[in-house]
Ligand binder design. Sequence first.
Ligand SMILES: [Zn+2]
Length: 283
Amino acid sequence: MQIFGHIEGHSEGVKFQNREEIKSSGLHKYHVAGISRILGMGSDCIILNGGYIDDEDYGDVILYTGEGGRPEGSPRQTFDQPFTRGNLDLSKNKYTGDPIRVIRGPNLREKQYAPKEHYRYDGLYFLEDYWPETGIDGFRIWRYKLVKENSSLPPLRDPNQPPPRVSITAQRIQRDPNIPKILKQKYDFTCQVCGIRLEANDNPYAIGAHIKGLGTPHNGPDSEDNMIILCPNHHYLFDAFAFSIDDDFSLIGIDGVLTKKNNHSINSECVKYHRDLFEKANH
Ligand SMILES: [Zn+2]
């Protein structure tokens, strides 16, 4: 049975000779693929071993590349990565908060955190965010930002050589809780897309969604003009780039217009940033 999180008997730092051994340990489900899936629920483990040239390894933060987009056996991309299979399942960890086991292999393109030989289990990471990007080969990749659970760095391959990459900070993003609180009141907890106001046991419920993501590499501002109020359904669709917003607030990808109160100004640069990602995801 597959589970999320640590597996008894395999503590952080443990080494494996090969993929066969990793599979038998139960840490990762497959022989070749990088993303281990618990079908329809999320990913329990990824292997980082130089399979994709766009991978970036900062130790406690990994910018991981999704799967697909290339012929079998080829290291280079020749078409867009689809948002299916492992890519879709890995994205779900953003919403469930389930941790992902990370295993590094010796063939990582950036060697500073790659084991000299064999594979090493490097503990648990959380999926902070995912988005589409144009990769080095000019095709769409799905990008996953994984942040280490305990912020500790994996061992350096050569301790005498300082890592060429400076850590891009694994600190959890700070959010001002007053911003969504005030904005939800302005909209009376009503979704700006569908107009639905959810209420359960006399308590209204809505989500304050950032338009341009916070944290590296998006670096969107934690401010009211970078936020809209959405119901859970439209929050998921907006977060997964299934629709976006035009400059005149008409919606792209679904019918309708974003409702906007006069006392809520929206940052058009943030909207453009989301729209660019929407176009990358859907072109
Ligand atoms: Zn809605």
